[in-house]
Design a protein around this ligand. Structure first.
Ligand code: FAD
Length: 468
């Protein structure tokens, strides 16, 4: 136990990694201090990431589904968009969750200190708040969970019409014409929201396809369903300059699909990736090594090169996802409490919460091909799913990949509505070492989108004879 004014564990950063670590450490009987520069807990994910984006995506999805109901015999009038109220709904969702975290911290007697923390030496962190107050905190062990921030392109002008994801989530106005720089998950999710509210989209992506990392056959379905949102999808192309004028941001491009002339936009969203905050915490004062790019390297117990200092979440590397940070946070706290915990996930799922959703976990088919891994493939098209047809959304499919010899499931990929909610079952199957028979013989409820997972396994086994 720690003496007064001294903590067993200091957690630097209160994102999903940091608060999960702090709560687990407190539950295990340790005296914990959580240092966070923002006024609320929850980090990027709750304040300006996962949660506000999903609140807006839900609004967007309902709006579009309501429009599509005309083909079911129900028609509404033109939607009236009250942007202040849309924003208020999103902000209410965020504050419900950040408020909940504050209550959980209090209930566990976790001390929260607001301000920017930096190491002073291997056992002290100084915290400076925005009122100019400073304090030094002594700790036994530390967990660095300082997260990441979005990459800024140097040639984009400093202008309110050029935003990153945080600025896009503010939803200050609905631009007529929006450019998304970077065709990854974050950019495409924000594009989905703005498009539903009435914006026309362009996207520019340096690589040859949108949503890198996902199998191309999933993205093909996504591309087809989303073509209507875009005026121009510029693949193998990059932005090389931009100028802020009264009538808009004029952007110039270079590459395979670059327009010859500069293009005018009302809003430019830069979503070209995130950089870790490793260089901003004076880690060197504690002897903690930080890579050139700002990452902190850790072992399977989340330990840095300094034995009593741990690091978790976005700051330790890809994939930069909240659910990874949470599990790493638990491991670090448990190791500090003396447990033999390891971060040993076989797989970490990825989800684009677009419309349709795209979700994948474990080995992808593109990886299996490029690495010459012999797999059996089971694909179940949602055009044969009673539930997907009833929902009026049968464009999706569910794909499972099995080891050709052992028939154990190695990967899963789903495109379609609610794909993100479905992929967890495949992650469980992979962690449990399930094979095609295990999944195929598991009775899934009918009619659900989830039964497509059982059917895909039966297709791989060759025992799929009839439709649900
Ligand atoms: P963060 O959440 O980045 O938290 C770090 C915290 O540390 C911050 O609160 C920061 O203020 C604080 N901090 C940093 N330096 C200091 C310092 N020196 N002193 C004090 N405090 C400090 N992931 C998903 O899994 N699902 C999603 O749907 C999803 N959607 C996203 C949407 C958007 C728009 C964005 C930007 C990200 C999204 N992510 C999503 C990624 C997810 O937000 C991150 O992976 C996750 O927040 C990482 O958690 P973390 O604990 O490592 O750090």
């Amino acid at each position: 136990g720690a003496a007064d004014g001294e903590y067993d564990v200091l957690v630097l950063g209160a994102g999903p990694g940091g608060y999960s670590a702090a709560f687990r450490a407190a539950d295990l009987g340790l005296k914990v201090v959580l240092v966070e520069r923002y006024a609320t807990l929850g980090g990027v994910c709750l304040n300006v990431g996962c949660i506000p984006s999903k609140a807006l995506l839900h609004t967007a999805a309902v709006l579009e589904e309501a429009k599509s109901l005309s083909s079911h015999g129900i028609s509404f009038g033109e939607p009236k968009i009250d942007l202040d109220a849309v924003r208020a709904y999103k902000d209410g969702v965020v504050s419900k969750l950040t408020g909940g975290l504050a209550g959980m911290a209090r209930a566990r007697k976790v001390t929260v200190v607001t301000g920017v923390g930096q190491f002073v030496d291997p056992h002290h962190v100084s915290v400076n708040d925005d009122k100019g107050q400073s304090q030094t905190i002594k700790f036994g062990s530390a967990i660095i969970a300082a997260g990441s921030q979005s990459v800024k392109l140097p040639f984009l002008p400093d202008d309110s019409r050029v935003v990153d994801s945080t600025g896009a989530l503010l939803l200050s106005s609905i631009p007529k014409k929006m450019l998304i720089v970077g065709g990854g998950i974050i950019g495409l999710e924000m594009g989905t929201v703005y498009s539903a509210l009435g914006s026309r989209l362009d996207v520019v992506e340096m690589q040859s396809g949108l949503m890198q990392g996902a199998d191309r056959d999933l993205v093909k379905v996504w591309d087809k369903m989303n073509a209507k949102r875009f005026d121009n999808i510029m693949l193998d192309t990059k932005t090389v300059g931009a100028e802020a004028r009264d009538d808009g941001i004029w952007v110039s491009f270079e590459g395979k699909n670059a327009p010859k002339e500069a293009q005018r936009y009302d809003l430019v969203l830069q979503a070209v990736g995130r950089v870790p905050n490793g260089k901003k915490i004076a880690a060197d004062k504690a002897g903690v090594s930080v890579t050139e790019r700002g990452f902190i390297e850790v072992d399977k117990q989340m330990r840095t090169n300094v034995a009593h200092i741990y690091a978790i979440g976005d700051i330790v590397g890809q994939p930069m996802l909240a659910h990874k940070a949470v599990h790493e946070g638990h491991v670090a706290a448990e190791v500090i409490a003396g447990q033999k915990s390891f971060f040993d996930a076989r797989v970490i799922p990825s989800v684009a919460y677009t419309d349709p959703e795209v979700a994948w976990v474990g080995l992808t088919e593109d990886e299996a091909k490029s690495q010459d891994i012999a797999v059996e493939r089971g694909v179940f098209p949602w055009a044969a799913s009673g539930r997907a047809i009833a929902n009026g959304r049968d464009e999706g499919f569910t794909k499972l990949l099995f080891d050709a010899t052992t028939h154990r499931v190695l990967g899963g990929a789903i495109v379609g509505t609610h794909a993100g909610d479905l992929i967890g079952e495949v992650a469980l199957a992979i962690e449990m070492g399930a094979d095609a028979v295990d999944i195929g013989k598991t009775i899934h409820p009918h009619p659900t989108l989830g039964e497509s997972i059982g059917m895909a396994a039966e297709v791989a086994e060759g025992s799929c004879t009839d439709l649900p």
